[in-house]
Design a binder for this molecule. Sequence first.
Ligand code: NAP
Length: 311
Amino acid sequence: MITALFADRAENWARYEAPLHKAFAEKGLEVNLIRSTDTPEAVDYVIYAPSGPVSDFSPFVNLKAVLSLWAGVEKIEGNTSIKVPLCRMVDEGLSEGMVEWVTGHILRHHLGMDAHILGQDGVWRNDVVPPLARDRGVGFLGLGELGLDCAKAASGVGFEVMGWSRSLKSVEGIETFAGADGLREMLAKSQIIVLLLPDTAETRDVLNAEMLELLPDGAFIINPGRGTLIDDDALLDALDSGKVAHATLDVFRVEPLPAEHPFWAHPQVTVTPHIASETRPSSASRTIAENIRRGEAEEPFLYTVDRAAGY
Ligand code: NAP
């Protein structure tokens, strides 16, 4: 019998218990799914969330893998008590949700929707027609599981899509960049920027004052990645100077974003409370079950974190 410890907040147990059992059954796995244990040496897998009760993995001496329910791993990748593979969440539901959120916010800015939604004052203003998507450059920082799906969706709408990643990618219909010079080149052509990078030592403050200055005047920034990717003060300066027309931010250095933070009241900032996309229990449970199946069959795990790279 396989033993898996569900180490997330109590309220998530109700959301995950049935989908996990269903996914295990679909894979033909007999799993003793538990929420706490007095015999940690019997645990084969920890199904982990940063908000859950486990942070010291050393009692789990026979552990085969840590299976995270979260896509972002900055809160766990440096945990030195993990001596086994650490797998992050890749979930089709999470990806679909992110594609919808990102595409919606790109289109909001591209079409200038706010002018009509917020400015309905009886005045017939028909003098501003948005350009076609094909004439708008959209640059994605991060072409991973989420960034690539979002970039492909934007390309499908017709945008001139560009993407920057650590290793240079080749993707049909998307102009790709890597390295410091590649980032500069892409930013200079991106009227809309979408950040879907992980939080690592290398990505922190990637959008700093110098990089923001490279953007076309009146650019839009959409950040569902991590708050640490942007230098907040530099962004506020860029908004005030008009270099950046609007920033839609879903993630912040401190969450919840403190009530006194200037982003809340800034007319050119939209704050959303880290809701861009969420792990969906039914599809996420299939990812967990597949990795347990692989562990039992001694096949390589999917979506293992590169602890040296930090993501
Ligand atoms: P992923 O598959 O690991 O992709 C990360 C991408 O970033 C890859 O393309 C990677 O390049 C690139 N990258 C990493 N370090 C870089 C560097 N130093 N320079 C240039 N590119 C770099 O991650 P994912 O699943 O797409 O998720 C991305 C992030 O989204 C997560 O880390 C998390 O922070 C965030 N997220 C947010 C929400 C939300 O609701 N707001 C939900 C889920 C996830 P390579 O392709 O070369 O490796």
